[in-house]
Design a protein around this ligand. Structure first.
Ligand code: TPP
Length: 574
């Protein structure tokens, strides 16, 4: 037995099942799954530019006969939904398993959404492991299920399962032989003439899955005293078992399709039946649709966020035992750009310009927070560029502040590219800042097309970002050093005062990539307490009234951003 996180166990399960190909775009809480899979023997794994591409590469590999694992976070499933829905028509050749890792509570996401809805809407079976051992065995079995029913299978995880380590028994790798590829247009070419019969195949498959789900071993009844019955799935089961130890529990390992007969029989075996799920109505509605009556906990369950044994006991009006909970009396530590982050000066200058900044998703989203407060919007990956265009359209003819889109290098490759093409095509204006810190920093420094680093360190080529942007038709393209205040200030000013569309590529590596830092800075007695240095939001700087500014030497990385803002030469190295 070894301790594995849910993500590590999913990677192990795929490997044991003989999967040879892994495709992904990083995203918390799914990221480590592919990083772990990539290190296993006999596999090929890659970061793709986005989740849609990943799922399509996966369909191609499955069509070619290999067993394939694709991984992504819940919002990645939105991006991949197009191929996913039609892959549920084509079906598979080699088994195809897709991890959708949800983030109830939004620990590291822009929204809370329940991937079960995708499985139900796309008619793709979904397995819900409740711990690492099940994460391994369900993933392994999912490849067989995929091939048996000729359909991709989703493994649905959530942050609690993905990131919690639990004991797991690992097994041998199956000697899976890649299936031969046979041309079969009626299965793989989804034009109406072929898609219509495949829809019939899908309907027959749904009926077959509905019969199978009544008998399969993944849905288990854990006997209790028969008074309270709970239907739940995934990591939620662990909270329910701890909070309501006497309850009878129907732990669903398959959450689409649902075992309607099993649910009805379970409902008959208990006095009161509850569904407990996190931040979603999926299971509640689906169970109700099976024709059973549900009771509601006396105090109601929260409609958002993660559950915990405490929350469940409070919902049922039960006394709360002294659970070991994390401390709440610690001082708050608001997230901030790291000391030395090359994004900082750009945001400070955008703030000075009072620009309307359409932002995007990455470390740089922190530019929205005080004291920088330099971001007006952040919706989804790639939206900065398209929203800037929309904003320009709405504000056209008015006396408005400059509109500036801010996007990271990985996010630009993910979906900013197609937005920029659209802006150029429609003769859009405005300024796009690509914050090229040479990595996908937010999710743990993964490679991307613009730094040329691949997941398994296979040879690649670094795409020339400047040439790509020029090739899209942008004429004013500048590559700039974001650590030089005067360069940033002058170029933002000239670009935003021009009528032409401009792209400013601010290029400087993420400060965390280079561990060798120059000597830190210190504040001298020339400090007048003006406070300008504190407005750049560096965690190493503090300002105390009456005492002036101070720099924490253990945090300062010697970038000198603050000293460039000091008008009194009061911040010096050493
Ligand atoms: C559709 C989608 N996929 C994945 C993510 C997870 N994610 C958030 S930001 C980000 C990449 C950020 O990299 P980059 O744009 O280079 O900015 P940096 O963090 O390096 O500043 C990823 C993968 C997400 N939020 N949405």
């Amino acid at each position: 037995m070894i301790l594995l996180s849910g993500n590590e166990a999913i990677a192990q399960g795929a490997w044991e099942a003989g999967a040879t190909i892994g495709v992904a775009y990083p995203g918390t809480p799914s990221t480590e799954t592919m990083e772990v899979f990539a290190k296993k023997e006999g596999v090929y794994a890659e970061w793709c530019t986005n989740e849609k591409v990943a799922v399509e590469v996966g369909i191609g590999a499955s069509c070619g006969g290999a067993r394939v694992l694709a991984t992504m976070k819940h919002v990645g499933v939105n991006v991949a939904a197009d191929p996913l829905f039609t892959a549920a028509y084509t079906g598979v050749n080699g088994g195809y398993v897709i991890l959708a890792a949800d983030d109830p509570g939004m620990h590291s996401s822009q929204n809370e959404q329940d991937s079960h809805y995708y499985a139900a809407a796309a008619h793709v079976p979904v397995l819900d492991p409740s711990d690492s051992a099940e994460a391994l065995s369900f993933t392994k079995d999912a490849f067989d299920i995929s091939e048996r029913f000729d359909v991709p299978v989703i493994i649905r995880s959530s942050v609690r399962l993905s990131h919690t380590k639990a004991p797991v028994e690992c097994g041998e790798r199956l000697a899976y032989e890649t299936k031969p590829y046979e041309k079969n247009a009626s299965k793989w070419v989804m034009m109406p003439a072929f898609a219509k019969p495949r829809r019939k195949v899908q309907l027959e498959r749904i009926a077959a899955l509905e019969a199978w789900v009544e008998e399969c071993s993944y849905n288990q009844v854990i006997e209790g005293d028969g008074k309270i019955g709970v239907i739940c799935a995934g990591a939620c089961y662990q909270h329910v078992a701890e909070a309501l130890p006497a309850a009878s529990i129907l732990k669903l390992g398959v959450t689409w399709p649902l075992p309607a007969k099993k649910i009805a029989a379970f409902a008959d075996s208990v006095e009161e039946l509850y569904v407990i799920e996190e931040g979603s109505e999926y299971l509640t509605q689906a169970v109700k649709a099976c024709g059973v009556n549900l009771a509601a906990p006396v105090n109601g369950l929260p409609a958002d966020g993660e559950l915990s044994p405490r929350v469940i006991r409070e919902a049922f009006g039960l006394e709360v035992p002294p659970f070991k909970e994390s401390r709440t009396d610690l001082p708050g530590r608001p997230p901030a750009l790291c000391p030395g982050c090359p994004h900082r000066i750009v945001f400070k200058e955008l703030s000075r310009l009072r620009a309307i900044v359409t932002g995007d998703i990455g470390c740089y989203t922190l530019g929205a927070l005080a004291p920088l407060s330099a971001m007006d919007t952040c919706v989804d990956m790639g939206a900065s560029v398209s929203m800037a265009h929309g904003m320009e359209l709405a504000l056209a003819g008015t006396d408005h502040k400059p509109v500036v889109a801010v996007i990271g290098d990985s996010t630009f490759g993910h979906s900013g590219l197609s937005s920029l093409i659209s802006t150029v095509y429609n003769q859009g204006t405005g300024t796009v800042c690509i914050l090229d810190n040479r990595t996908t920093a937010m999710t743990g420094h993964q490679g991307n097309p613009f730094n040329g680093v691949t997941l398994q360190n296979r040879p690649s080529r670094e795409l020339d970002l400047e040439a790509v942007v020029k090739a899209l038709g942008v004429e004013d393209v500048r590559v700039l050093d974001p650590n030089d205040l005067s360069v940033v200030r002058e170029n933002l000013k000239s670009a935003t005062s021009s009528d032409a569309l401009s792209v400013l590529i601010f290029r400087s590596p993420c400060i965390l990539l280079d561990k060798k830092h120059p000597a830190p800075f210190a504040v001298t007695d020339k400090c007048t307490s003006c406070g300008i240095c504190a407005t750049i939001g560096c965690p190493a700087i503090s300002l105390t009234e009456g005492f002036g500014a101070a720099i924490n030497h253990t945090m300062c990385v010697g970038c000198g951003h603050c000293s460039q803002y000091c008008r009194f030469d009061a911040i010096v190295r050493g």
